[in-house]
Design a protein around this ligand. Structure first.
Ligand code: PMP
Length: 460
């Protein structure tokens, strides 16, 4: 164990020598890191101060099997001992990559039967954009380059995927004005079904395809349940309408399943809730439960067969595409999910979580708009939910941000989304191994935190 002095030293080194991802540089470079993670077991982790928390969002919605899983550690050890790394370039391969592909394809809908591996979500979406454009080139449609994504969609942080991300700050940071990527307004079911009288018709996917001409549009990318934009579930009829629209206009449908994939929502993939078969699925996070960085694109037969006619090297691939250790961990992870029936379990625990949310709504006047699909859930806080009056920020802090701090004092770490003043969304997405008793424990901490927060903020 590092003593107090040693811990302070570590914090100083971190403060001075690490530029943190997705953090406020001025804050971290002044105060050092907020938490240094140390150990984890099941749904809990402990930091180096010795404080234990329930991991209410599975870190970054990825640690689906929870912490300290020895079977995943063993799979990694075994593969590293045999052959840690071998590349998939120049037509080479390795057994874990092959076995994992077979397993993924088995779970993927209908004719999505092949896998291209990457090291994470951004690379997967970036690859899918390139495959979409390449596919159309091969088919003789040189101009089909535009990618349409949705406002509040999150697709990664490479130049192209950050551009596709429909959250203002992200787009601004990428500094890119890629003329080929547009955001549509999400969930305009009627507009996507062809209602031209819809007031936002021009900003719908359909409106954008019409404006730019289907000859110029390569693909649409959608998370069936938007995650980092604030857990927004596609309403029934919407994805179905987008799918028909894509088919009618020769536009590929990419489903970003980086959060939704592999059981979290109570089905293999998010699209399975609506019976949609996309042209490509992108995945990462849950494929290894975060025990190794791995991602990929699942391709339809049509796209794979078109690409298979190409008789030169495709100049696209990552050093870690098909990493044997990552794939061995992924394979073990999916085997455990199947063996322990964790997808059905996530669905069941999600129902329990939603019932708990419904009770919290009855008890707390500020609690509203709760939603869950399996163990991907969220709720919102409003000053007056009946009249739609939001909480304004107080001294530069949002109620959602304060809720996260207060929750963490009570031993539960969740995540807030407050991109705009008045937006106070809190996400709850614990590891899918969570038990009934543990769901109740999460709900009880939410209940306590709500009582405290309501009293404080309603009197401000
Ligand atoms: N797509 C979605 C839906 C995501 O949630 C994320 C990560 N939060 C990404 C893509 C990007 O993945 P990564 O951070 O592994 O590049």
């Amino acid at each position: 164990m590092t003593d107090k002095h040693g811990l302070q030293q570590l914090k100083n080194i971190d403060r001075d020598m690490i530029l943190h991802p997705q953090s406020t540089p001025k804050e971290v470079s002044t105060n050092g890191p907020s938490m240094i993670f140390s150990t984890g077991e099941g749904i809990r982790f402990t930091d180096m101060e010795g404080k234990t928390y329930i991991d209410g969002v599975s870190m970054l919605w990825n640690v689906n099997l929870g912490h300290g899983n020895k079977e995943l550690a063993q799979a990694s050890y075994d593969q590293m001992s045999e052959m840690a790394y071998g590349s998939q370039f120049y037509g080479n391969s390795n057994e874990p990559a092959i076995r994992l592909a077979e397993k993924i394809v088995d779970k993927a809908p209908e004719d999505l039967n092949s896998v291209f591996y990457t090291s994470g979500g951004s690379e997967s979406n970036d690859s899918a954009f390139k495959f979409a454009r390449f596919y159309w080139q091969l088919k003789g449609y040189e101009n089909k380059k535009i990618i349409i994504s949705l406002k509040w969609g999150y697709h990664g942080v490479t130049i192209s995927t950050q551009r596709a991300t429909g959250i203002k700050e992200f787009r601004a940071f990428s500094g890119s004005s890629d003329p080929y990527i547009y955001n549509a307004i999400p969930h305009l079911t009627a507009a996507e079904q062809g209602d031209r009288t819809h007031p936002d018709y021009e900003k719908s996917i359909r409106g954008l395809i019409e404006k730019h001409g289907s000859n110029n549009v390569a693909a649409v990318i959608i998370e069936p349940i938007q995650g980092a934009g604030g857990v927004h579930i596609a309403p029934d009829g919407y994805l179905e309408a987008v799918k028909v629209l894509c088919e009618d206009n020769k536009v590929l449908f990419i489903s970003d399943e980086v959060i939704c994939g592999f059981g979290r929502t109570g089905k293999h993939f998010g699209v399975d809730h609506w019976g949609i078969v996309p042209d490509m699925i992108t995945f990462a996070k849950g494929v290894t439960s975060g025990y190794f960085p791995l991602g990929g694109v699942i391709l339809s037969d049509e796209i794979k067969q078109a690409i298979d006619t190409y008789d030169q090297d495709i100049p696209h691939g990552f050093t870690y595409s098909g990493h044997p250790t990552g794939c061995a961990v992924g394979l073990k992870n999916l085997e455990i999910i199947d063996r322990d029936e964790l997808t059905a379990h996530a669905a069941e625990m999600g129902v329990r979580l939603q019932q708990g949310f419904d009770n919290l709504e009855k008890k707390h006047s500020t609690f509203t708009h709760s939603r869950t699909v399996g163990l991907l859930g969220a709720f919102e806080l409003m000053r007056d939910r009946e009249n739609g009056v939001p909480f304004k920020n107080h001294e530069n802090e949002s109620i959602a941000g304060d809720f996260v701090s207060e929750g963490s004092k009570r031993g539960l770490l969740i995540r807030s989304f407050d991109y705009e003043e008045g937006m106070n969304i809190l996400a709850v997405a614990p590891p899918i191994i969570i038990t009934k008793e543990e769901v109740d424990e999460v709900l009880s901490i939410l209940d306590d935190t709500l009582s405290f927060i309501e009293e404080k903020w309603l009197s401000l």
